[in-house]
Design a protein around this ligand. Structure first.
Ligand code: ARG
Length: 463
């Protein structure tokens, strides 16, 4: 099959070249964007009297037919067509003849691919936002039921202070909210039309880029053509945004793995989202969160890969840039299924409140509260209070009990200034509820956070 650019060539290319050179096997995914862009381009050319109205209509009809052929699976893709742009154009010419040959006026594949790929990234950005919203809904739902559920808050994976489970989940809501904001900021920054730059320097044809921008839903038109056909920042942004989402997902996954172990037993993953072992009949494995953690590797790889492809390229388009798409497709698919399955895994897991509470009874979680008591009630400087508390912890350890279980008499052996009212400070629930500062874990402060997130969610739903 002869190529659209074959004019200056005496011989056809080798089959091996076709295989190496083609992006068609993966960029056919962009058929919809390609057709949409071409219809808008043709309509603009007609408005500018570069094409007749009739030609533009023929082109639009031909393109719609091609779309249908692709969707019905009857379109014949040939690797020799190199990419989706030429596959569609070749078929259009076969279908409508002369008018089809005029479509590529004032356009190049360089701005065409920049358009198609950008349209894809913009669309997927909004889809990912939507899936994140659904995940946040599930987290909010569980949070509302667990503002009193105690569990040990940790640093260095060591028991630190008692917190409530809602507070813990809301930390992830905070992360996913930032992810949404980051995606939306990328969306707005990149909602700019690249088409009309032609190969690199613009075109002598009297085109109207603003008109095409409007037809395709862009907020504006790119400023410098040389930059526009070289720019893949929008692709890097979605890759970075996905890497950050997956980093958050992976940290959550790590906690789910820990929490579902016998050592913790804070949660049980539902049978629907757990797997068995082929040899050990008793096993129920957390394959879902493990895979979520594992898949973070490939999305990070995709980001580094594109950064590396782009870093040494001279302006403007270079064929290296054809390597931009597969990683983005892969990251988009990965984050999409990952968010969906994470959402289902947490929606269906059971939460073992009793185990969480028991876990709070080891590790002297109320030690900071004893120190705070000594500061507030006995007017002891914090450094000294810290030391006294350390001695109290050592005393509790020597008795083989948790600090929260130490009697007032035993505590007074450590420091006589300790009064009967210390009991209130040492209770685990009081310890959690004492942290009322803004953003703190006290149930009241946690409820305030729920309220703030709900206002944010409702405002998004409204507008
Ligand atoms: N298949 C190419 C890509 O994916 C499209 C642009 C090709 N432009 C060119 N001048 N060879 O990047």
């Amino acid at each position: 099959m002869s190529k659209l650019w074959s004019g200056r060539f005496a011989k056809g290319g080798a089959q091996l070249l076709d295989e190496f050179n083609a992006s068609l096997p993966f960029d056919k995914k962009l058929y919809e964007e390609d057709i949409k862009g071409s219809i808008a381009h043709a309509s603009m050319l007609a408005k500018q009297n570069i094409l007749t109205q009739e030609e533009a209509e023929q082109i639009a009809q031909g393109l719609m037919q091609i779309k249908q052929e692709i969707e019905e699976g009857i379109f014949e893709f040939h690797i020799s067509q190199e990419d989706i742009h030429m596959a569609v154009e070749t078929r259009l010419i076969a279908l409508i003849g002369e008018a089809g040959k005029r479509l590529h006026t004032a356009r190049s594949r360089n701005d065409q691919v920049a358009l198609d790929f950008r349209l894809y990234v913009q669309k997927q950005t909004l889809v990912i936002v939507h899936v994140l919203e659904e995940l946040i809904d599930v987290l909010m739902h569980i949070s509302k039921e667990h503002t009193h559920t105690l569990l040990p808050g940790m640093t260095h994976l060591q028991h630190a202070q008692p917190i409530n489970f809602a507070f813990h989940l809301l930390a992830y809501v905070s992360m996913f909210k930032r992810d949404i904001e980051r995606l939306e900021s990328s969306y707005h920054r990149n909602n700019i039309l690249p088409l009309g730059c032609a190969a690199l320097a613009g075109t002598p044809h009297k085109i109207d880029r603003e008109y095409v921008a409007k037809l395709l839903g862009f907020d504006g038109v790119s400023v410098n053509c040389l930059d526009t056909v070289s720019d893949r920042d929008f692709a890097l942004e979605i890759l970075f945004n996905i890497s950050t989402i997956m980093m958050h997902v992976s940290r959550f996954a790590e906690e789910l793995i820990l929490w579902s172990s016998y050592e913790f037993k804070f949660i049980t993953l539902s049978d629907e989202y757990s797997t068995g072992s082929s040899i050990m009949p008793q096993k129920k494995n957390p394959d879902v969160p493990e895979l979520l953690r594992g898949k973070t590797g490939r999305v990070n790889g995709n980001l580094i890969s594109l950064l590396t492809v782009l870093k040494g390229l001279p302006l403007a388009y270079n064929k290296d840039m054809q390597e931009d798409k597969e990683g983005v497709f892969d990251s988009v698919e990965t984050v999409f299924i990952s968010l969906n399955i994470l959402k289902e895994a947490i929606r269906t897991m059971s939460i073992n409140k009793e185990r969480m509470r028991q876990a709070c009874e080891v590790g002297h979680l109320s030690a900071t509260d004893l120190a705070d008591y000594l500061v507030q009630k006995c007017n002891i400087p914090f450094r000294e209070a810290h030391f006294i508390t350390g001695r109290a912890v050592a005393h509790a350890e020597s008795l083989g009990i948790d600090l929260s279980k130490l009697s007032v008499e035993e505590l007074q052996k450590v420091d006589a200034r300790i009064g009967d009212d210390v009991v209130d400070s040492l209770s685990l629930i009081n310890s959690m509820n004492a942290r009322v500062s803004q953003g703190g874990t006290a149930t009241t402060a946690t409820c305030k956070q729920i309220e703030l997130f709900e206002t944010w969610i409702n405002e998004r739903k409204k507008g």
